[in-house]
Design a protein around this ligand. Structure first.
Ligand code: GSH
Length: 214
């Protein structure tokens, strides 16, 4: 099975896919697309990914984009260990948790949004940083409310990590990138402590990728 992942060290969405691949023990080659330097708009990459974002996942020549779609695809081509629960209600809950970050919190802090805040509204670097800190914290606060209603045991859905934990861990990384204090989010911190004890999560962390810049 040949797998290529077009990603970037700082990309939260690429982090999700790296964790999923590692949990599935699927080897892959990662190809860097420096989204901070605008390489996502290069003609070659734009041909591969019409949305001009990472990640793009290529499996035996077949391309897939959107991290959640990629993780679900991986679960279908290699069902064990499961990233989505077998039970239909649990599966829906795992997707709901995942989408809090994927669909609601993370899209507010991506480079194209940060760039547009400056270009369209004259936001300076401090204002953009404040925007990102706010939305990263909102995502964590939502997860904290959800995990206080249904505590992790030790992962969000039970004994094994699922797409929910991957996306919650990604939101914690967004918080780390903006130096957020995790004290108000103890349930989230405890859950992700368990996640990052696993090499699949720890090794996929943006701070451990080639090209990482503090
Ligand atoms: N919902 C998408 C997010 C894709 C996305 O926005 N990726 C970011 C990096 S995490 C990106 O490539 N941004 C480029 C830009 O905003 O110009 C997914 O989960 O794959």
């Amino acid at each position: 099975m040949t797998i290529q992942l077009y990603g970037f060290w700082r990309s939260n969405a690429a982090f999700r896919v790296r964790v999923a691949l590692a949990l599935k023990q699927l080897p892959f080659d990662e190809i860097e697309v420096d989204i901070l330097s605008g390489r996502q708009f290069d003609a070659d990459y734009a041909e591969l990914n019409a949305e001009h974002v990472v990640p793009t996942f290529v499996h035996e020549g077949h391309r897939i984009f959107q991290s959640l779609a990629i993780m679900e695809y991986l679960d279908e081509i290699k069902p064990e260990p499961r990233l989505l629960p077998a039970d239909v209600k649990e599966r829906a809950y795992a997707r709901s948790l995942a989408l809090v970050s994927v669909a609601d919190a993370h899209p507010l802090v991506v480079p194209r949004v940060r760039k547009y805040l400056g270009a369209a509204f004259g936001a300076d670097a401090a204002a953009i940083e404040s925007w990102c800190r706010h939305w990263a914290a909102e995502g964590l606060a939502t997860y904290e409310r959800l995990l206080s209603r249904r505590p992790a045991a030790p992962f969000a859905l039970g004994d094994e990590p699922t797409i929910a934990d991957i996306c919650i861990a990604g939101q914690v990384i967004a918080g780390a990138l903006y130096q957020l204090d995790m004290t108000p989010f103890p349930n989230v911190a405890m859950l992700t402590k368990h996640c990052f004890e696993l090499p699949a999560f720890a090794d996929a962390h943006p701070f451990r990728q080639p090209g990482y810049k503090a």
